[in-house]
Design a protein around this ligand. Structure first.
Ligand SMILES: Cc1ncc(COP(=O)(O)O)c(CN[C@@H]2CONC2=O)c1O
Length: 281
């Protein structure tokens, strides 16, 4: 498979990354994960818009227009003949002598690559188990940055305890997952944290909210507490790679009937229908 290095397609063995790349030394960069279904980049525009937003928020100037960048993503998928998979793309502030403040006129370094990934169908049918973990991250979680220590430490702690995901909370208030957004369902209403500086505005989240509007499922973009989470009729998470994933237990306590809830399943079906799988684009 080819790798995109800035605007060139190269083989992995040709890739050279500086020891002083700021992504490597400071986590000074941003990233996106874009899903490919049957050769089509899913919600590419939304991911590209967020990619440029994240770059702008940390003052990295991406030296390509969004259209050129979209074409680069498309070509990467085409050249690697990805059918069902994903694109990982990141841009760092580039390489220079190690100093905290920004180096003058140093070009950013962009890397993109693909991998084949299938839909997590069995997991979505069975549901997963999650655990509450304190959200120790900084206060700009809206930026999809390479600064992921708070995320990976939480994910690792969840995995060490045998859980699929961490449900992060600041004090009593649930924010999101370590790499997902979180939702509770109570009396037919969906609750999820508003898109502010404390969560990543998930693209899958925006697709789900649009689908709920069409399905006339009421959504309250308001935060809920850990106690309220445990009292929900249903609970689920979302991300580009996890899609709509039911959570059937939190810290050993069954949610609702301890099986995926009816509204969650309705949203899963609507999400899958929205993918138009099997329909030649
Ligand atoms: C902290 C965090 N919250 C929410 C989400 C969900 O956002 P999307 O719906 O836009 O994916 C992600 C996605 N994390 C990406 C998605 O897959 N792997 C990742 O690291 C994330 O890292």
């Amino acid at each position: 498979d080819l790798i995109l290095h800035n605007d060139k397609f190269i083989r992995e063995e040709e890739l050279v990354i500086s020891k002083e790349d700021r992504g490597y030394q400071f986590g000074d960069g941003i990233y996106e994960v874009i899903r490919v279904y049957e050769g089509n980049l899913f919600t590419a525009k939304e991911h590209i818009d967020r990619f440029y937003d994240s770059a702008e928020k940390i003052k990295i100037v991406i030296p390509y227009t969004k259209d050129v960048f979209h074409k680069m993503m498309y070509d990467l998928v085409e050249q690697n003949e990805i059918n069902n998979g994903q694109v990982y793309v990141q841009v760092t502030r580039g390489a220079s002598i190690r100093q905290h403040h920004f180096p003058a006129d140093t070009p950013p370094v962009l890397i993109g690559y693909t991998k084949t990934v299938e839909r997590p169908v069995e997991l979505m049918e069975a549901g997963v188990r999650a655990t509450f973990i304190e959200d120790i991250r900084w206060l700009r979680c809206d930026i999809k940055s390479l600064n992921l220590l708070g995320n990976i430490l939480a994910k690792q702690e969840a995995h060490d305890k045998g859980f699929y995901e961490a449900i992060l909370h600041r004090g009593e208030v649930v924010t999101e997952g370590s790499s997902t957004n979180m939702y509770g369902v109570k009396d037919g209403v969906i609750y999820t944290h508003p898109t502010d500086n404390l969560i990543l505005p998930g693209i899958t989240r925006s697709v789900i909210l649009t689908l709920c509007e069409k399905l006339e499922i009421p959504v309250q973009e308001t935060a809920f507490t850990k106690t309220q989470a445990l009292e929900m009729d249903e609970f689920f998470l979302s991300s580009t790679t996890a899609e709509v994933m039911p959570i059937i237990e939190i810290d050993g306590q069954a949610i609702g009937g301890g099986t995926p809830g009816p509204l969650t399943k309705k949203i899963q079906e609507a999400f899958k229908a929205n993918l138009n799988l099997g329909v030649k684009a």
